[in-house]
Write a protein that binds this ligand. Structure first.
Ligand SMILES: Nc1ncnc2c1ncn2[C@@H]1O[C@H](COP(=O)(O)OP(=O)(O)OP(=O)(O)O)[C@@H](O)[C@H]1O
Length: 536
């Protein structure tokens, strides 16, 4: 095992930028660069990540389950919110979340906290924990009703003693901070965070449709149709694009972490392995269309942070990701031919409207984090990695959705890791998967990160691949999902809940709601039937 590495922001450059500033500067006549840094990326400092190179694969192979391998991160929690004792309350987070402005859950929270004197505090005592939804490495997730409202939430409950004992406090802190940043239709909303003496609780939207791993198991041949795979992959791609824009490298994409909301659309979950970093957002303006002004993107005076000492600071929420770029409807046939040929070559169309490129290209980490079958080669080799790992995992993810298995899985973790690094990508014969899908996967599963699709221009490049040609990015939330989960059976509210003081049951690593662990031989990596809840 190699010496533990310390990770903060991984370069001196990013260290310098790790204050809460965003620096906007015109880099040339056609582009504007905006440096953003997650406001407290310094809080990851001191974490002990195990960096493991190819020479110590044998150590790695026994280090965790087949499906889940994560770094141990030590250190202490640098910012702990005030605790109010068992069943106590905590300041409700009510950040500005434009996408969720009309969400009835905010109103329900407000009405409940108003009854308590209007001090805006929420606590464990306000909830009935109805069912255990699952266990993760750092906590258990429960279906919870906000008492008297019929509003359901997913509550992640983490035992603070366990977090401290297993050196997971920083992971929990990272997850909480990242959740607090997010405001995107395909990412979770953190409604509140509160603590008791024993527990730290995160209150999120409940996804009633289970995860994509379970959904895939229910498909004929245990794989999705290409249309369904495109639907899920396109939403995941937008979520990753937004995360990168916010200076978050996700690092743990896999079907198990893609949850299905009650409307059939997706929500990417689980941020405890994510890396926070600085990002340079570049708005590339088309030279062919001088009428396109940079101000067509929301960089308004109201977006400028007055507390910032730098020339211009823009709130991250003011930047719109390029997924909202309008589609080009009125092209001449000559132009559209050119666009098509550019798409074949994976080129960004030079005659398009301005494109915001938001790839945290300077992010660097030496951590060994992720899931064996999904680990990027640069992580396994111990080369140091950046945001391109998310494009590698996106390739594995798409492969798994389409073929029902991952491409480099071996007999055991060691063989899997060796395959990722050394084996060429192969596609099963006799499948009806299109050339475009295979071409995209090939572009993503390039072992050398700089040559990987998405390395330079992030999601912008990937969205323009022919596989996504039929996707209307602007209206993606109106697209009919392949499958809509059955409505939640509200009779669950009549069942007797657990006592709030009863501690959440302990969770072993990789155990799911049905108590099954993922074994090396478990090719299905079952996370269990979703409705097989554990009552407690
Ligand atoms: N918002 C949610 N709605 C419904 N179920 C959820 C939600 N969040 C989590 N779950 C369920 O709870 C389980 C545990 O989730 P959690 O995020 O704690 O851990 P994990 O995904 O297994 O990963 P890790 O070990 O890295 O924490 C998930 O597998 C999922 O089934």
């Amino acid at each position: 095992m190699s010496e533990p590495k310390t990770e903060t922001c991984d370069t001196a450059e990013s260290l310098a930028a790790c204050g809460s500033f965003r620096d906007l500067s015109l880099s040339n006549s056609n582009s504007v660069s905006i440096s953003m840094c997650s406001s407290s990326c310094g809080t990851v400092s001191g974490s002990d990540h195990q960096s493991i190179g190819s020479s110590n694969l044998s150590n790695v192979s026994n280090g965790g389950s087949e499906r889940k391998e994560s770094s141990e991160k030590g250190g202490s929690l640098s910012t702990v919110d005030s605790s109010n004792g068992e069943g106590g309350s905590f300041r409700s987070l009510c950040p500005s979340k434009p996408h969720r402005g009309n969400d009835v859950r905010w109103d329900a929270i407000q009405s409940v906290t108003a009854k308590d004197g209007g001090n805006g505090v929420l606590g464990l005592a306000h909830f009935r924990l109805l069912r255990k939804l699952g266990c993760g490495d750092i906590g258990s997730v429960y279906l919870a009703e906000l008492r008297g409202t019929g509003c359901l939430f997913a509550m992640k409950v983490m035992d603070k003693g366990m977090l401290a004992g297993r050196k997971k406090l920083l992971r929990a802190q990272t997850e909480k901070e990242i959740l607090g940043l997010l405001d995107h239709p395909f990412l979770p909303t953190l409604y509140s965070h509160f603590e008791t003496d024993k527990f730290s609780c995160l209150l999120m939207e409940f996804c009633s449709g289970g995860d994509l791993h379970m959904l895939r198991q229910r498909q004929p041949g245990k794989h999705f149709t290409e249309q369904a795979a495109r639907f899920y992959a396109s939403q995941v791609l937008l979520a990753l694009e937004y995360l990168h824009m916010m200076g978050v490298v996700y690092r743990d994409l896999k079907p198990e972490n893609v949850l299905v909301r009650e409307d059939g659309h997706i929500m990417l979950s689980d941020f405890d392995l994510s890396l926070r970093c600085c990002v340079n957002a570049t708005l590339v303006q088309s030279s062919a269309d001088p009428s396109c002004q940079i101000s067509s993107y929301c960089i308004q005076p109201s977006c400028i942070d007055p507390a910032c000492k730098l020339p211009v600071c823009v709130e991250p929420a003011c930047l719109q990701p390029s997924c909202f770029k309008p589609r080009f409807m009125n092209r001449s046939s000559k132009t559209s031919k050119k666009v098509k040929s550019d798409k074949k070559l994976n080129l960004v169309s030079s005659d398009s409207l301005p494109v915001l490129i938001v790839e945290p290209t300077t992010a660097r980490s030496m951590s060994f984090v992720g899931t064996h079958e999904y680990l990027a080669p640069e992580i396994i080799r111990g080369d140091g990695h950046g945001s391109a790992v998310d494009w590698w995992t996106f390739g594995i993810f798409l492969y798994e959705l389409l073929y029902g298995k991952t491409p480099f899985k071996g007999n055991g973790n060691r063989e899997t890791l060796c395959n990722v690094v050394g084996q060429p990508l192969k596609f099963p014969e006799g499948s009806s998967v299109s050339f475009a899908a295979k071409d995209l996967i090939r572009g993503l599963l390039v072992k050398d990160p700089p040559k990987r699709l998405g390395f330079k221009k992030g999601a912008t490049e990937i969205k323009q691949h022919p596989f996504f040609e039929t996707v209307n990015w602007a209206l993606i939330r109106s697209t009919q999902p392949p499958e809509v989960p059955k409505p939640i059976d509200m009779s669950i509210l009549n069942q007797s809940p657990t006592k709030p003081s009863q501690p959440p049951s302990a969770c072993n690593n990789n155990k799911n709601s049905n108590g099954k662990g993922a074994s090396a031989a478990d090719s299905d990596r079952s996370s269990g039937p979703y409705l097989d809840f554990e009552f407690f």
